[in-house]
Design a protein around this ligand. Structure first.
Ligand SMILES: [Zn+2]
Length: 116
């Protein structure tokens, strides 16, 4: 169930990725967004300050994008609004689903060949 905050967030992600003009490497995106990366067992992210992502050493690309999408959502102050689109008990799962959706979007944009 996507509410208006979710739709706003998902519409803003491709625009932001295009604006940043990065190569498609999520670590480059992290650097452009000035997100510091620390090693840890469980992936998580905060826009802080300080802006930090915790990633396991063997993390997959999708998860890096997922955590970056959490950072963007927080930076744009949409997290609370997205959580409020559903009941309190469903809020966490909803937030994760929207973040996954954004990560798939970022990954699909990354996979696309560059414009000629
Ligand atoms: Zn998450």
């Amino acid at each position: 169930m996507m509410g208006s905050a979710s739709r706003l967030f998902l519409a803003r992600v491709p625009a932001e990725l295009a604006r940043l003009d990065y190569s498609g490497n999520p670590y480059e995106l992290a650097a452009l967004l000035r997100v510091r990366i620390l090693e840890g067992e469980h992936p998580r992210a905060t826009a802080g300050p300080p802006r930090i992502m915790i990633l396991p050493p063997d993390v997959d690309t999708f998860t890096v994008f997922h955590e970056l999408m959490h950072v963007l959502m927080q930076l744009w102050e949409l997290e609370r609004a997205i959580e409020s689109e559903v009941s309190e008990s469903a809020a966490h799962d909803h937030l994760e689903a929207v973040t996954d959706h954004a990560a798939r979007l970022a990954l699909s944009l990354t996979a696309a060949p560059p414009c000629a």
